[in-house]
Write a protein that binds this ligand. Structure first.
Ligand code: UT7
Length: 336
């Protein structure tokens, strides 16, 4: 797959994010399960995560991030004609109705079509790529692309191997036409043979949720951490480098690399494969943990707000996740 650009130039016109206020530290978790701050920090780089209050749904986080992104773009909801929400934790099972439709109503974005996109932790990379194509072909004018998750709802809080890794949050980008720069290209990939390595077994058509399934916590996240780690270490750097190089650019041209925030060791290996010093890598997983589809837009928004992204910079995003799936996006930052 080559990372060719769409016919009309499209780019990011505004970014925003939102994380729920409740901070849960590693020590807090050590008070409720057999783990320690030392183990979590040394194995993952995570120090804390945010958890949504019980009454807060994924769409609530998405809405707050969307409001921020629209304000950053100087737009109102009526400017949008498509909303894509990447999530593995939709408001309703099976995205029925989609979280994007809930966001559309809450925003009052009456002109916008809406759908959810499922690529779990690679969801934002997928959704951004799709949103850009929609603008690029002229099918849409302004697309809101959101990554939003409440993983706290699908974790088994008795399983220390997964419970300590994830957090809740949301990030959003408004995609529209740009005069120069913008989204240069990206690549998406999948290897369905790795599906059993990271999944929620019950609650879908394969295994509807029963009382036995509930008792076995089959409606929560299962992960073969070591195998996913091996896959992630290989694919992150490889996909990002491939996306950059297929555009005739070199990884040394990259100004800021924003990888999916799952594990600092995975991020360091990806940066190494790209030949990038850590100063060119944005990391915030120490404060948020792995927020799945929200992790990249949450990091992108923080990077922009921190002045780490300037007009003309080459910014590369890369995500990986359940599926297995991966995606990389190459952007010449056109705002600022
Ligand atoms: O976006 C989703 C993508 N997912 C990922 O990126 C996850 C990729 N995988 C990883 O990041 C790592 O595999 C983990 C952080 C999940 C685990 O690190 P690891 O170095 O692979 O540890 P491990 O699974 O091999 O476990 C080592 C030991 C085990 O004990 P024994 O069998 O050696 O006695 C685990 O039981 O660590 C134990 N352990 C824990 N100990 C304290 C597992 N979880 C914990 C914990 N606290 N939370």
């Amino acid at each position: 797959m080559s990372a060719s650009p769409p016919p009309r130039r499209a780019g990011i016109l505004g970014v925003g994010s939102y994380a729920p206020p409740q901070v849960v530290t590693n020590d807090d978790l050590a008070g409720r399960m057999d783990t320690s701050d030392e183990w979590i920090r040394s194995r993952t780089g995570i120090r804390a995560r945010r958890l949504a209050a019980p009454e807060v749904a994924t769409s609530d986080l998405a809405l707050a991030a969307a409001d921020n992104a629209l304000a950053d773009a100087g737009m109102s909801p009526s400017d949008l004609d498509l909303i894509i929400v990447a999530t593995g934790t939709p408001d309703y099972p099976g995205s029925f109705p989609s979280t994007a439709a809930v966001v559309q109503e809450a925003l009052g974005a009456k002109r916008a079509a809406a759908f959810d996109l499922g690529a779990v932790c690679a969801g934002f990379s997928y959704a951004l790529h799709v949103g850009v194509q929609m603008v690029g072909t002229g099918a849409n004018q302004n697309v809101l692309v959101v990554g939003a998750e409440t993983f706290s709802r699908i974790l088994n809080w008795e399983d220390r191997a997964t419970a300590v890794l994830f957090g809740d949050g949301a990030g959003a980008a408004v995609v529209g036409p740009v005069a120069e720069g913008g989204y240069l290209g990206g690549i998406l990939g999948a290897d369905g043979s790795g599906g059993p390595l990271l999944n929620v077994a019950a609650g879908g058509s394969r295994q509807p949720l029963t009382c036995d399934g509930l008792a076995a916590r089959a409606n929560t996240v299962y992960q073969n951490g070591r195998e996913v780690y091996k896959f992630a270490v290989k694919i992150m750097g490889e996909a990002a480098a491939q996306a950059v190089e297929s555009l005739g650019l070199s990884t040394s041209d990259v100004d800021l690399f924003i990888p999916h925030q799952a594990n600092i060791r995975i991020i360091e290996k990806a940066a190494e494969r790209m030949g990038l010093p850590m100063e060119k890598v944005f990391v915030n997983l120490d404060r948020y943990g792995n927020t799945s589809a929200a992790s990249i837009p949450l990091a992108l928004d923080e990077a922009v707000k921190a002045g780490r992204v300037r007009r003309g910079d080459l910014v590369v995003l890369v995500g990986f996740g359940a599926g297995l799936t991966w995606g990389a996006n190459v952007i010449r930052w056109s705002k600022g």
